[in-house]
Unconditional design. Structure first.
Length: 381
């Protein structure tokens, strides 16, 4: 157990590093404006490219995890991220930026799959839940630490320095991966008849979950386009993102028992409404204070919603379907990070960022009740 206690801080830093590598690019629209790239469609494609390659290959990355040492995979993906970050920093054209963002996304997806698998191997089952809760706190701290630093740099005309934050985070991931102790893989897998994709998708509970998860994922992924909204309103992006991070962090640390008190079906619908309400507030904000309150509300929704939708996988599927169901859940939630910035990019090109942030969240807000009625309400009630 002492080994686990020593290992947890390293895993938190690894989680922090890889999430910071991704999240620091949430400010990319502001950086691109310095480089003369302001077309919303181009910006949306540059942002979304990362999440395309971090999401689509994810089910196939499991083969790499099975074939190679996890520490070597973590280190190799960190080097790939370092190279991609340098490529983004040195690129000045849209095609090159899209190319390097595609490579960076592949690094992000591989590192996360390898890191999560490593954690399941080295952390004993009896403490896995609490350990994972502590480790995932690391994913919130980039919003509190790295994003404000990047925001400060961009507002002080230090865009040349901001763009090197991501390669620095990739370097942190590489260093921490070298300090991890080897993970022992099982020499023989238990034989079990796993369910097929067709059987999984035919389950009514899974069909309802998928609809709900897609709608939640659209609200969750809207965070990536907040910078564009802030620029249009001439507000600092950190005014939204820092309260968002604190809201998500505090609700996970102090309110985690909410998931055990309120029925998960009700919560699954409620967090869609809470997130949408926060986004609508941000769209209507004319001051940093209102922008920040909206971010706090949004943070509470995401702080509950993201772990909730992962936990629901175990409740809507029998055990033999869970490996595929878990992969599908990650695929959908991450896929929304590819789709959402493109949706907002195209909507913003026609009606402006403020109206784009009103129309889609309003639709999602009003969808939350039908989602509960048709996807989560117990039969006969």
């Amino acid at each position: 157990m002492e080994q686990i206690k020593r290992l947890l801080p390293k895993l938190m830093v690894a989680n922090f590093g890889i999430m910071a590598f991704s999240q620091v690019y949430f400010l990319l629209p502001m950086y691109l404006s310095y480089k003369g790239i302001t077309d919303p469609k181009a910006v949306g494609l540059i942002l979304g490219a990362f999440f395309f390659t971090s999401t689509v290959p994810r089910p196939f990355l499991a083969y790499l995890v099975e074939a190679f040492s996890l520490r070597k995979l973590l280190f190799a993906s960190s080097i790939l991220g370092l190279v991609a970050g340098i490529g983004i920093a040195c690129s000045k054209t849209v095609p090159l930026l899209i190319l390097w963002r595609l490579i960076a996304g592949l690094d992000f997806g591989l590192f996360l799959v390898a890191l999560t698998t490593y954690q399941t191997f080295v952390i004993p089952e009896e403490v896995r839940g609490s350990a994972f809760a502590l480790i995932t706190v690391g994913s919130i701290f980039p919003f509190i630490v790295v994003l404000p630093i990047g925001d400060f740099m961009l507002h002080r005309n230090m865009e040349w320095l901001y763009i090197w934050l991501a390669p620095l985070m990739a370097l942190v991931c590489g260093v921490i991966s070298l300090t991890l102790r080897p993970a022992k893989k099982k020499s023989r897998l238990e034989e079990e008849q796993w369910g097929t994709w067709r059987e999984l998708l035919s389950l009514r509970s899974v069909q309802g979950y998928l609809i709900s998860a897609i709608l939640y994922g659209l609200t969750d992924a809207a965070i990536i386009s907040i910078t564009s909204l802030a620029m249009e309103k001439e507000l600092p992006p950190s005014a939204f993102m820092v309260p968002f991070a604190w809201g998500a962090l505090l609700i996970r640390l102090l309110g985690f028992k909410i998931l055990d008190i309120i029925p998960k079906g009700i919560l699954a619908s409620l967090v869609i409404a809470v997130n949408a309400f926060g986004l609508i507030g941000a769209a209507l904000a004319s001051s940093s204070l209102v922008f920040g309150v909206s971010g706090l509300i949004y943070g509470v929704g995401v702080g509950i919603g993201f772990p909730l939708y992962l936990a629901l996988v175990g409740e809507v599927t029998p055990r033999r379907f869970r490996p595929k169901a878990t992969a599908l859940a990650w695929f959908l939630l991450d896929g929304c990070y590819f789709v959402t910035p493109i949706i907002f990019g195209y909507l913003s090109a026609f009606i402006g960022a403020s109206w784009a942030f009103r129309l889609l969240p309003i639709f999602l807000l009003f969808s939350s009740l039908p989602v509960y009625i048709f996807c989560w309400r117990p039969k006969g009630s």
